[in-house]
Design a protein around this ligand. Sequence first.
Ligand SMILES: Nc1ncnc2c1ncn2[C@@H]1O[C@H](COP(=O)(O)OP(=O)(O)O)[C@@H](O)[C@H]1O
Ligand SMILES: C=C(OP(=O)(O)O)C(=O)O
Ligand SMILES: [Mn+2]
Length: 533
Amino acid sequence: MDNNILFSQSISLKDLGIENAKVNYQLSPDELHEITIKSGQGVESSTGALAINTGEYTGRSPLDRFIVKDSITEDQVWWGKVNIPFESDAFEALYKKVTAYLSHKEVFVRDSYVCADPNYRLNVRVVTETAWANLFCYNMFLRPETEELSHFSPEWTLLCVPSFLADPAIDGTRQSNFAILDFTRKVVLIGGTGYTGEMKKGIFSALNFILPVFKNTLPMHCSANVGDEGDTAIFFGLSGTGKTTLSADPKRKLIGDDEHGWTNENTVFNFEGGCYAKVVNLSEENEPDIFRAIKKGAILENVIFKDGTNEVDFQDVFITPNTRVSYPIYHIDNIQPGSIGKNPKNIFFLTADSFGILPPISKLTPGQAAYHFISGYTAKVAGTEAGVTEPQPNFSACFGAPFMPLHPTKYAEMLSKKMKDANVKVWLINTGWTGGPYGIGNRMKLKYTRAMITAALNGELDDVTYENHTVFGIATPQSCPNVPSEILNPRNTWEDPELYDKKAAELAQKFKANFAKFEEFANAEIMAGAPLA
Ligand SMILES: Nc1ncnc2c1ncn2[C@@H]1O[C@H](COP(=O)(O)OP(=O)(O)O)[C@@H](O)[C@H]1O
Ligand SMILES: C=C(OP(=O)(O)O)C(=O)O
Ligand SMILES: [Mn+2]
């Protein structure tokens, strides 16, 4: 890989409205690493990774994510709390302000692309204010060959300017920070926040519109890997449910950890060229591949070092529990060349149920699969406020509502059809609590979740006995290799099984209340996938 060839092409940003900026074009990872350290914006960790702080924002800000309402989006987008409309004129004005702000300044420009399948490739020109944000894009997006750059034609532009603060009274934003998608101008405009996840999820949101609307292809918030037999598995799940962790499996080749497309040519391809892993409580023992990927080239975000050292204390959540690392996918040993796999044989829906109700693994019928996909359930532990221990349910359609511009049923219909055509097995995995809710029980051991997934993939759960869950109706295996049988039925893990029944019924009601808004779109098969009680 020619990552560090010094590249000396200069480009003008005049077309973008940025004049006389000092443009650092296509710097190598090493150069961006050095510049970050020299400028005092980052330090090198003991394993050679760059460690930076993203500033005030250490996570995404979904209420400040807008889509320009125009002739392309008006009738297509599912407008509401997730997809908040922004006026085209207001965007034009704000864009001018941001580009004027960048004029005469130093900027970092990178030509990159997304979608590993050449048929879907989308070129993106990235303009960032900091060197480390540019390195993030080197890590996360796909990297054009050097020869391509002289004739690279950017289609989308991603601008990331954390130090530019909007004035809500004038600019039409909610606060000083914003992430706005404009499908006519083909721009993702980010200001007021340095959280790098806004960049990757901004481009993801654009693809989640472009692929289904213009290419009849299903975009998915999932990770993917492939076994020795060429058997692809995909793992859907909201943030923190285990997509990145569980897809890094030394026995399987990684396709990608977060964003994929499922084509009508029976393939699954990664949108990205890197991974963005949570590092809270990371250990080499539990997550060796991710641990070892944290080397030169990787960027750690918002971590704390052990006193007097440059060694990361992965337990320390002083800045945020959302500590992260980004790295190019080739930092993982076992990767799928080209980042494309065949139709999946197995689909896993990951949920981190901190109520401790859902079984650690169960098998879904097609109707249940559609119902759970549209529901997109996970439950977070309560905030850090003293005394608040009751988990919060979080229903996020398609396991990724914040990134889905279209109505959830559009994605669900495409997925249901593809699942049937490909005859996929669908599993629901609870990576969350067992033995009671958060505060009483414990999180399912990673080694057991991994063992259950391995058993499902190897066909070892095909001939075991199943029992249908009394409340959710989902088929739960009664034995699984390398997993103690008693943990397979959550009711048995609770001290008070009757309390479990009561809480399970309460959770079922939450599912039903959430699903009410989708009922008019759901057919009988999907409704038969709803909780029984
Ligand atoms: N049983 C389990 N299965 C999956 N992840 C677990 C489990 N127990 C603890 N974890 C932790 O939960 C987190 C899952 O995060 P991650 O894989 O980054 O989620 P996502 O990629 O879906 O946002 C990791 O920090 C992982 O170590
Ligand atoms: C980067 C993110 O995704 P995930 O936690 O799913 O990896 C995010 O939601 O900001
Ligand atoms: Mn992830």
